[in-house]
Design a protein around this ligand. Structure first.
Ligand SMILES: Cc1cc2nc3c(=O)[nH]c(=O)nc-3n(C[C@H](O)[C@H](O)[C@H](O)COP(=O)(O)OP(=O)(O)OC[C@H]3O[C@@H](n4cnc5c(N)ncnc54)[C@H](O)[C@@H]3O)c2cc1C
Length: 398
């Protein structure tokens, strides 16, 4: 018999999107999130190609568009903020650094939650502590709730998913990209425009300031280094790392000034999840937990929404979960492989080590933007986002 009950762990982008499509095909879905409430925070994420098609099919494209950040494009600036190059959101037909649909991650999560909360059971402030898959069903234990049985468990817990290790053990594979990134909100100042501004500093450091739609500015500080375990530090210690790392970078001054009082702070060590298989028994991986391509790819949200659509469609189309997971993986793998192929030399190429490297990069980008050779910009652009034949599932509305 086809699966009737599904537990999804993680309520960000992938989890609620999956819940939407599962509920439409009559599968009873529970979404569990370890945070006590829907997580806000993060910067603008973009929906490209097939990801945009999925939100169209969900009927939420207008809501996503209305909540857009209104970012005009990306400017590269020097350490004093002087513009060296700029690329509008129409660059490379919307496949450039600013996509046509840019929305704050928290706003997208809220739209998806609002769109599913009536039909989906959401449990906040809880997480999985044990999984016992006996072949016929999965018995799940939780930190707070009583044990329950499900036909399928989907892990949509992001790059550092803990439950994934519980199930896949040593088979978890993450490629470290040698880069730390932090996202946080700072006050907007009068000189801020609707352009995002990116400034490189020697030592493979970068500052990105982006407009949002709520009157503040979103800051990203990134730097390359060998793995140092910073992602496991406390938030205060992570902020100190940033203060030390960016103290001599003039363009970072505003971001550093806003660091203490920022209402949100998210710090991560960038990596790509490269699992040899996305399922084990009745447990399956979705979104970043299964195939994170990293923010450098610009594809995280598109992979999560497309993956959710395909996984739900295949679960609804097969009686046996094994056939559903095989079909899901064979449709998604080529798309994921492409998304994980970063531009040659990335992220190093976009984060020069020396002052001369930074100046050269700005000069090359300046030339590319002036004579509109956007292929030169290809080193920083996203992989093709529409290179997948999105199946048309005959999903009944129950
Ligand atoms: C707070 C936050 C801010 C982000 N900011 C950006 C950004 O600025 N730019 C960018 O490109 N990408 C950002 N991302 C990543 C981006 O959301 C994803 O790359 C993409 O949208 C795919 O989403 P996902 O749902 O697969 O995973 P994620 O968005 O990573 O979501 C995973 C969810 O699972 C929850 N979770 C984790 N472990 C457990 C557990 N054990 N039990 C239950 N729930 C669990 C997390 O709290 C989170 O809500 C951010 C993610 C988060 C969580």
């Amino acid at each position: 018999m086809s699966p009737r009950t599904v537990l999804v762990s993680g309520a960000s982008v992938a989890g609620p999107t999956l819940a939407y499509w599962l509920e439409r095909s009559g599968v009873s879905t529970t979404v569990i999130e370890r945070f006590p409430e829907l997580r806000s925070g993060g910067q603008s994420v973009d929906l490209r190609g097939a990801g945009r098609t999925v939100v169209q099919r969900m009927g939420i494209e207008d809501a996503v568009r209305a909540a857009g950040t209104g970012e005009t494009g990306l400017q590269f600036v020097d350490s004093r903020g002087k513009i060296k190059a700029q690329f509008g959101s129409d660059t490379m037909d919307g496949e450039g650094p600013t996509a046509e649909l840019e929305i704050l991650r928290g706003d997208l999560g809220k739209i998806l939650y609002d769109h599913t909360r009536d039909r989906t059971e959401y449990v906040f402030g809880d997480s999985i502590t044990g999984i016992d898959d006996d072949g016929d069903r999965v018995r799940v234990s939780f930190e707070h709730s009583a044990d329950r049985d499900f036909d399928i468990v989907v892990l949509a817990e992001g790059l550092r998913s803990r439950t994934r290790s519980m199930v896949f053990g040593d088979d978890v594979s993450i490629r470290d990209l040698g880069m730390y990134t932090s996202y946080f909100t700072i006050p907007r100042v009068e000189s801020d425009t609707q352009w995002a501004q990116w400034s490189n500093a020697p030592g493979s450091r970068s500052v990105l300031l982006r407009p949002d739609n709520v009157g503040t500015t979103r800051a990203t500080l990134s730097f390359m280094t060998d793995p140092k375990g910073y992602e496991t530090l406390t938030v205060d210690d992570q902020k100190d790392v940033l203060r030390r790392t960016f103290s001599d970078a003039p363009f970072a001054a505003r971001a550093l000034a806003g660091l203490t009082d920022t209402p949100d702070f998210y710090f991560e060590s960038l990596g790509q999840v490269t699992m040899s298989t996305w399922s084990k028994g009745r447990v399956v991986l979705l979104g970043d937990a299964g195939y994170c391509a990293s923010p450098i790819s610009g594809m995280g949200t598109s992979l999560a929404t497309v993956g959710a659509y395909v996984l739900a469609g295949e679960i609804a189309s097969h009686d046996d979960h094994r056939d559903a997971f095989t079909a899901y993986e064979s449709i998604m793998r080529p798309y994921v492989d492409q998304a994980q192929k970063l531009a040659s030399g990335a992220p190093r190429v976009a984060n020069p080590k020396t002052k001369l490297g930074v100046a050269t990069m700005n000069a090359v980008l300046g030339l590319a933007s002036r004579i509109k050779i956007t292929s030169l910009f290809g080193k920083f652009a996203s992989p093709p986002s529409d290179k997948i034949d999105l199946p048309n599932y005959a999903v009944p509305i129950t």
